[in-house]
Every structure is written in C-alpha cells, then in structure tokens.
Write a protein that binds this ligand. Structure first.
Ligand code: GUN
Length: 284
C-alpha cells in the first residue's frame, strides 16, 4: 500500500484564503485584526519563525507588530510590554515566541497575556477551557492537526488515536481535541513500556516527540492515518519529522510529509485564532 499525502501547504492556503475573506469583511466595518509578536534574544530559528508569522499576517490583510527585544531584557520589562499590548485596542492577539532566555519565567509571561488575546492557546485559562470543553483558543499545532484530519474526511469518533508526546503545547492539547472529537485516546511518552504495542492498535497516530524515527513501519496498522508533528534534521542536515516517512508510507493510509505538512497548518491556525480574537472583540 502507498499512503496518500495530506498536503499541509495546500490546506494552509485554503485556510489563509478563507481568513483573508473574513479579514476583508471586518475591515469594511473599520476593524483590522492585529497580532503582536514579541521575540526576546537572537535565537536564529525563532527569528525565522517570527518573520514568517508577521509575513503571514500581511498576506491576509492583518495588522502586525514585530517587537524584537535583546536577550538582556528583564522579566519585569517584558511583563510591562505585555500589559501595554493587553490594553491596546489595535492588537487582538499576542504571541511571545518561545523559548525565552533562562532568566525569564515563561509560565509567568504566558499568564500575563490576556486570555482574550492568547492566540497561541498556551494560557492556563485556554488549556483549562479545552480540558472541560468550553470555548477558548486552541493551541495552533493540534488545532491544525484536527483540520488535517477533517480535510481527508477522517472523523475520530470511535477510532483509537495514539498521541506520542505529552508536551503542554502539542501532546496534551492534541489528546484533548481528539477526545472531544470522540476518539479513544492513548497518550504515550518517554516512560511508555511498549510504544509499538500501542501504535499497532491505532487508527490515528500523532507523533510529537522531536526525535527521528520514533515511528517505524513495523509499528503501524495498515491503513492508519499518520500525523507527523516532528521537525528534526537527518545526518545530511535535511529537514525530517519523527516518522520514518518512506517506510511508513508503504503501510499507512494517509500521512503528512515534513516539510509541507503540519508546519504550514500551525502558521495558518495562528491566523484563524487572531481572526477569532478580533471577531470576539468586535462583538463585545
Ligand atoms: N516556539 C516554537 N513554536 C512556538 C509556538 O507555536 N508559539 C510560540 N509562542 N513559541 C514557539
């Protein structure tokens, strides 16, 4: 069997186009959705990510502010900056790029963002709302993964989904979204005794560990849907995911590539969340 590819670039394009239409509708009423992105320090990967996020905003007609701060910025100064953005009516979403320098408490920073502007979905209020099935911002990567399942007509109801990884920004919210969609969910992690025994039972596998070849062909049920959140480099320096793509493609029914899979969807869902933040602000 050769798996069908879930094309994240194509799907993200569709999402951006729908967002752009809604942005235009809001702008005709005098409201331009706005995203503020703060990056502290000069981590090269973070600099690239934030540049893309700001360019994405421009592409759909949103206002954006890129706030580059030196690595020496104090925690207090960062919290002050966030409070100012919380009060800024032109800004509907606030994103503080992670990781932050070691002297800054990331949890404190995230909790200072107004939950109404928490477009990353990382605030404890957003995580709590997801946990109990209330409306709130969904973390962009798991939200994008759910859209990818929807795009291929995969309804998680009654299916067995295995999430590999238990991070607060991907694994845990992913499991919650799948549960909300009525899947039977197993969360596997570094202390799971027999990972393959779990994944072989799975109709849907989401790999979100950050290590190459976490999922190999012998661990996959024929026809399963495989979502690869990983972003790694192979020995040749080439971008790759957590899944052994070539071999797993021979067994799975559907699979996301890296690059061109989950990554573009994560960026697109940030725009969706920012749009929703602006629409909510317009209603209040
Ligand atoms: N660093 C890597 N991914 C992300 C993300 O989605 N949001 C934030 N704020 N920082 C990140």
């Amino acid at each position: 069997m050769s798996a069908q590819i879930i094309d994240g670039n194509a799907l993200a394009k569709q999402v951006r186009s729908a967002v752009a239409q809604q942005v235009a509708a809001l702008r005709s009423r005098g409201i331009q959705p706005g995203l503020a992105v703060i990056v502290v320090g000069d981590d090269p990967a973070s600099q690239v990510y934030v540049k893309h996020k700001v360019a994405d905003c421009e592409g759909v007609g949103m206002h954006s502010v890129l706030d580059r701060q030196p690595a020496t910025l104090s925690e207090d100064a960062l919290l002050e900056r966030i409070r100012a953005l919380n009060a800024d009516p032109d800004i509907h979403g606030i994103l503080v790029q992670l990781p932050l320098p070691a002297h800054i408490d990331a949890a404190k920073v995230i909790e200072t963002i107004s939950p109404a502007k928490d477009v990353d979905g990382f605030h404890v209020a957003s995580a709590g709302a997801l946990m109990i099935g209330r409306p709130g911002f969904r973390a962009c990567t798991p939200y994008g993964c759910m859209k990818m399942l929807q795009s291929i007509g995969c309804d998680p109801r009654g299916k067995h989904a295995v999430v590999i990884g238990r991070s607060n920004i991907v694994g845990k919210p992913m499991a919650m979204l799948l549960l909300q969609a009525n899947a039977t969910v197993t969360i596997c992690h570094s202390a799971t005794a027999d990972l393959a025994a779990h994944t072989r039972q799975a109709d849907i596998v989401v790999a979100a560990v950050g290590r190459r070849n976490v999922l190999t062909a012998d661990m996959v049920k024929p026809g399963a849907v495989i979502i690869d959140v990983g972003m790694n480099r192979d020995e040749a320096g080439k971008l790759c995911g957590d899944v052994d793509f070539a071999a797993v493609s021979e067994v799975a029914g559907w699979i996301t590539p890296v690059p061109g899979g989950v990554g573009p969807m994560t960026r697109a869902m940030l725009l969706v969340n920012t749009l929703e933040a602006a629409q909510a602000a317009a209603r209040s």
